[in-house]
Design a protein. Structure first.
Length: 475
């Protein structure tokens, strides 16, 4: 199915995957139908898929074999750029990496001249749902519908895929579980996008960075339940909220441990959850086999989150030496969104951002870079996270250059968005590396990104699940 128009791919799927009605009864629309369907291997099936899973026949065998031939392949395990190799893909999986000279005559080949082939990129901090941040807080969301937010998410998912990100960890939407709906639509093949892990809803304090702030006191009660699903006060409420969020299909928990530059009325330096509240979230998450990501700018909140057992610190702008030492000791990941601060500083004034947002951003932008460089020097684990949604998703690749400017080598920056990111999200057995058995999620860029990491801002080829999703300038 490589290189075919998406409608043609859909036609093939419809003909090859039969449906049977429950108990063998006839369908009201005719003698039968068909559908392409993936059942998750890391969570329960929710919503529509739970209903159809009992009457979808297994995927057919006999899948097509294709060889991808490029000038260079990046081996993220060995941290090497290797020439003269070909990647063998069968169906949605990588079957082998072989010398180019061993590609059989007459085989189906995708030729990528002067290109470097990499694993599909992984962004561990995205926000696909809803409009791109407008710099005026989030009170305006009460004037929008969930349908609007999800449909914008469909567009953003396609942008991320075309930018080379075949996997994302979506760390929250104000509209609870809209991200889960998008994930399931992508898995069903209804819309294009990366494979997703979803946070479902923010766990935040009343009036915190994950709450809807900026409303008048006499109108605050109009905010609907889905916009404040994870607002909690105290460890007991936190446990209840986390159980409910996981029960509705989330893959991880996102706690908001400090204020944020973009949320009006909050301060990035000020803690917003107690250590007991974060620990309660972690305890329930661990019981369910998932991890906790902690939004935290200030040093005190970061230390609370690390001691409580959070797997990753998001942002980490105002780290002190004690926090860095603690992260190193516990193996906690730093997911730092360095380009986001640049976007706010350079584009925010022209876009009419609120003065409060621009001022708070100015307080963290340089401190975040210094914190990141110190973490790199100390050996703290790093995973790529752009925070796109705060800026347009198509620019997620601009983050790589910021990582290199602040301490990583180009190869390390690539590792942060491949094998290191896969380890953070627990998918190191399926994505982040070009090796047999892994998903056929592959991208290509012109030239060698280990010599010029800026090349990752212009992706010329994208394959996800063995299907070609993007080709630019490739004959």
């Amino acid at each position: 199915m490589f290189g075919l128009h998406p409608e043609r791919v859909a036609t093939i799927c419809i003909r090859e995957l039969p449906l049977r009605s429950p108990k063998g009864t006839p369908w009201p629309f005719g003698s039968g139908g068909s559908l392409r369907f993936w059942e998750s291997d890391h969570r329960p099936i929710h919503g529509f898929f739970q209903g159809i899973s009992s009457w979808v026949d297994p995927l057919p065998s006999g899948q097509m074999t294709t060889f991808l031939v490029s000038d260079r392949v990046i081996d993220t395990r060995a941290r090497q750029v290797v020439a003269g190799q070909a990647v063998m893909v069968e169906g949605d999986r990588i079957q082998a990496v072989i010398p180019r000279s061993e590609v059989p005559k007459g085989a189906t080949v995708i030729s990528l001249p002067n290109q470097t082939l990499l694993p599909g990129l992984i962004d561990c901090h995205t926000h696909l749902i809803g409009p791109v941040d407008n710099g005026h807080g989030y009170a305006h969301l009460v004037a929008r519908s969930a349908a609007q937010d999800v449909l914008e998410g469909v567009r953003h998912a396609a942008e991320m895929l075309h930018a080379g990100f075949t996997t994302v960890r979506d760390v929250g939407a104000f509209r609870a579980f809209a991200d889960v709906a998008l994930r399931e639509a992508i898995e069903a093949g209804w819309v294009k996008g990366p494979r997703m892990q979803c946070a479902g809803a923010y766990v935040t304090c009343p009036g915190g960075a994950g709450d809807i702030t900026g409303l008048a006191v006499d109108t605050a009660q109009i905010v609907t339940r889905d916009l404040r699903f994870g607002v909690v006060s105290g460890a007991d409420q936190t446990r209840v909220a986390v159980r409910q969020i996981l029960g509705r299909g989330a893959d991880l928990i996102k706690v908001i441990a400090t204020g944020a530059p973009q949320t009006l009325g909050t301060s990035p330096a000020v803690p917003e959850l107690t250590e007991d509240e974060i620990k309660a979230a972690v305890e329930v998450a661990v019981e369910h086999g998932v991890h906790v990501a902690a939004h935290a700018h200030g040093a005190e909140a970061i230390k609370r989150a690390v001691r409580a057992g959070a797997r990753s610190i998001e942002h980490g702008s105002l780290l002190d030496d004690q926090a860095i030492e603690l992260m190193k000791k516990t193996g906690t990941y730093l997911v730092a969104d360095l380009y986001n601060a640049d976007w706010i500083a350079t584009e925010g004034p022209a876009l009419g951002y609120a003065a409060e947002v621009i001022e708070k951003n100015a307080l963290v932008v340089e401190a975040q870079r210094k914190s990141f460089a110190k973490c790199v020097a100390a050996g703290v684990k790093i995973a790529f996270g752009s925070d796109c949604g705060m800026f347009p998703h198509r620019y997620a690749g601009r983050q790589f250059a910021r990582y290199v400017e602040n301490g990583l080598t180009p190869m390390q920056a690539i590792l942060s968005a491949t094998i290191w990111a896969a380890e953070l999200i627990g998918w190191e057995d399926r994505v982040g590396s070009i090796e047999p058995g892994f998903y056929a999620d592959l991208i290509a860029v012109e030239g060698d990104p280990t010599s010029d990491v800026d090349r990752l801002e212009n992706i010329s080829f994208v394959m996800k699940n063995g299907l070609v999703e993007r080709t630019v300038g490739i004959q």
